[in-house]
Design a protein around this ligand. Structure first.
Ligand SMILES: Cc1ncc(COP(=O)(O)O)c(C=O)c1O
Length: 359
């Protein structure tokens, strides 16, 4: 077996230690006599997995006591609708900042439930920057202010938490959760699909302040109602049990790495290697304004796009996979989430330098 370096934007590379542990525990988890996949979600064994999962996430992210941690289904995409359904609390407007493709999707779905007020947009720059927070136009009557902390496709990332301007702050952290410390107390709600920094696809983490839930209209189905899910420990219906277990293993791996502050240092070092190479090169180019470049998703183009196909073919021949950029923007993208070792980024940089030399 020879495992490649996988730069996929998600589902993405998992820590090898996690995959090995899952293999070892495939037939029997601890002394349960059964595989995690076979356990009742309400049984005593799975309860241990569920409790440890929540405790580990609370510890890693320093989640305050007055926040609920939910593990839901439907991906981050379901949250685009669940957030307005649950958080409008009688209001008719919500503010959104548009920094790229994922913000746009959130805005589109919110429009089915309320007036989605566009507070700021970087569309005129082709999403290569983040609009200056001082100029964001928020409506004081809006129920919340939503932004996407890392745009997975455009490679644009907020480097700090923006001023909420008096509104309840909501953020889609799908592609940078657990990559850097975040003060949860500044948010009303954050959410993230697990398939980038937390495990396989199939679980969506929602962390929401207590006082914001319990106000959804009766027409909201219980499975989409945060308060109902919280009351039922995210087990209002059968949860994705094996995925919860795998997310739990990733969290334990992250704790063993020294936690979020330690992994942030590695993420800074990894992304610097790649951006330095791109900036020094005359073949590769990254269009994003330097202060807003993502540590997680590094898009780049080859100045001669006739070289795209040879680049991808040669990369695969060197064990470097999934570097093709998103179909909507083209070019290349290297996603270097927590589980990507520095050796993988170094191997990519060496390959890119050699490709430039020979082309
Ligand atoms: C920032 C961001 N938000 C939302 C989504 C949608 O997630 P899902 O496919 O889990 O619904 C993605 C998926 O890549 C994403 O990167």
């Amino acid at each position: 077996m020879s495992r490649v370096y996988n730069f996929s934007a998600g589902p993405s590379a998992l820590p090898e230690e996690v995959l090995n542990q899952a293999r070892e525990e495939m037939l029997e988890w601890r002394d349960s006599g059964m595989s995690v996949m076979e356990m009742s979600h309400r049984g005593k064994f799975f309860s241990i997995i569920a409790d440890e999962l929540e405790q580990d996430l609370r510890e890693l992210m320093a989640v305050p006591e007055n926040y609920k941690v939910l593990f839901l289904q439907g991906g981050a995409t379901a949250q685009f609708s669940m957030i307005p359904q649950n958080l409008l609390r009688g209001k008719t407007k919500a503010c959104y900042v548009n920094t790229g493709a994922w913000s746009e999707k959130a805005i589109k779905d919110a429009g089915n439930y309320c007036e989605a007020v566009l507070s700021a947009s970087s569309e005129d720059t082709r999403f290569t920057t983040i609009p200056d927070v001082a100029g964001w136009r928020v409506d004081p009557d809006a129920a919340y202010l939503h932004y996407t902390s890392n745009e997975t496709i455009h490679g644009v990332e907020f480097q700090s938490i923006p001023d909420s301007k008096g509104l309840t702050l909501v953020s889609d952290m799908s592609s940078n959760i657990l990559s850097r410390p975040v003060d949860i107390g500044k948010f009303g709600l954050i959410y993230a699909g697990t398939q980038k920094n937390m495990g396989p696809a199939g679980v969506t983490v929602v962390i929401v302040r207590d006082d914001l839930i319990g106000h959804a209209p009766k027409s909201v189905p219980q499975v989409f109602n945060y308060a109902d899910q919280a009351k039922n420990g995210s087990m209002l219906n059968t949860p994705a049990t094996y995925n919860w277990y795998l997310v739990g293993l990733v969290l334990k791996w992250l704790k063993a790495q020294g936690g979020v502050a330690a992994i942030e240092q590695r993420n800074i070092a990894k992304s610097r290697l790649l951006y330095d190479l791109v900036d020094k090169s005359s073949l590769y180019r990254n269009p994003v304004e330097v202060p807003y470049r993502s540590r997680m998703n590094v898009p780049f183009i080859l100045v001669d796009d006739a070289l795209d196909k040879p680049f991808l073919a040669a990369a695969e021949a060197n064990g470097l996979f999934e570097l093709k950029g998103h179909r909507s923007v083209g070019g290349m993208r290297a996603s270097i989430y927590n589980a990507m070792p520095e050796a993988g980024v170094k191997a990519l940089c060496e390959f890119m330098a050699e490709f430039e030399r020979t082309h």
